[in-house]
Design a protein around this ligand. Sequence first.
Ligand SMILES: NC(=O)c1ccc[n+]([C@@H]2O[C@H](COP(=O)([O-])OP(=O)(O)OC[C@H]3O[C@@H](n4cnc5c(N)ncnc54)[C@H](OP(=O)(O)O)[C@@H]3O)[C@@H](O)[C@H]2O)c1
Length: 486
Amino acid sequence: MSSMPEKMISSAEGPRPVPVIAMGTATESVIAGIEAVTPSTLIEAIKAGYRHFDTAAVYKTEKSVGEAVAEALRSGHINSRSEIFVTTKLWCNSCDRHLVVPAIKQSLKNLGLEYVDLYLIHWPLKLIQDEFRGPVPIECIATMDLKAVWEGMEECQTLGLTKSIGVSNFSSKKIQQILSFAKIPPAVNQIEMNPNWQQKKITEFCKANGILVTAYSPLGAFGNRSWGHNRVMECDILQNIAKSKGKTVAQISLRWLYEQGVSIAVKSFNVERMKQNLDIFDWSLTQEELKKIDQIPQRRHGIAAIDMKAVWEGMEECQTLGLTKSIGVSNFSSKRIEQILSFAKIPPAVNQIEMNPHWQQKKIIEFCKVNGILVTAYSPLGGAGNNVLGHDRVMKCHVLQDIAKSRGKTLAQISLRWLYEQGVSIAVKSFNTERMKQNLDIFDWTLTEEELYKIDQIPQRRHFYLIGTMVTEHNDIMAEIDAELD
Ligand SMILES: NC(=O)c1ccc[n+]([C@@H]2O[C@H](COP(=O)([O-])OP(=O)(O)OC[C@H]3O[C@@H](n4cnc5c(N)ncnc54)[C@H](OP(=O)(O)O)[C@@H]3O)[C@@H](O)[C@H]2O)c1
């Protein structure tokens, strides 16, 4: 077993050491809300040399971590509580000033500890949800009062419930915000980081501000079906380096992270792999290897940056070859369409987007009209009845219900007619013969000015489900979607 190097972070007691590799404890069971690891597995980690556990209220692993620490003390694997560093996190449903201290107290109760070593705000978001269930409907997402929540975090440290406080998944902009009012600045920012998502900008920012970065998903959460991918473990460059050095790809990734000066949270519940992941301290990567890793194309988990020009050329070829009569896009913002228009030989004919009386999309409709692009409205009835993609805001809308009643039409017909009058085409799904006919029966009558005015007043709300990772430094796609909300 190699000895575990440490990093220093600020704490209530001055600079305090953090063991550089933490045993992660998040598993896909988080999504199902099931306790995911037994204390005996975590005791194996202590035996293998781990002295840092990364847990969170939402992981449902605090109890097992606490029991493992207690058992390690009883059995003499450690001599005192202070030999183990415990990180836990404030879940988004407690991101209110008055809920922060009770939340850490609950975590301490779960852990059976008097203090944790590090307490992090898990995400810069507030969720209005008792228990976490993914995907999260947009109506459950709120903006948190960061100043108030940070005050709560500072209180946790002042009360001695945690030695240090920090954040997770925070952009430099959000951290700057904290720094502008903090009495105690954040000691740590825990973010997704690996050779395939190197996070140079935010790492540089944290270094300049004396904030330790902890890399999570250092192996791309390999094998995890909820938020994992195989881009790290199956990366050619890493595989070649591993082969030539007689190491595993996991070790190359972890060593690379270590050489970036960050600490790491890596999860393995397999004893051999636990040991392997610690065996990275008595060798190093060469300049040439580092340079090669530097060249790995960057891709944040879940979001691929497509080469729009090249893909559009492929689309144009489909039309030129006669394989399609027209080409277009779907779910494209005006910014993205403008990009295509700047190089397209054949401009897009259509943009298919979510659109209904509750999400009227005026800005993008106007943009498409000006540019001769037909908009096709999908989810024109709000995806009613579809448990995964749908909602009932359209079909239960009082404004539409009243109009339908007074006109002797169905609510679906009112929504479809309104769309038709907006000059868009419509994709509506029904596998019921009666409703198929009903949805076509909208062409020989019109909505009055007054009815159109009432529909215009319906409060607008995008139907957007939050899946997996949410906000990061480079998440311009989220920002772009938000810009469309104006
Ligand atoms: N702050 C946040 O928002 C956040 C988000 C995600 C994760 N985290 C923390 O960071 C920790 C680590 O991240 P992660 O769990 O997402 O992903 P990870 O550590 O990159 O990958 C874990 C997966 O890799 C496998 N694995 C581990 N070592 C291996 C090796 N040497 N060779 C081959 N496969 C190996 C594990 O399977 P076996 O168990 O079978 O070995 C597990 O399925 C989490 O557990 C959690 O504590 C924090």
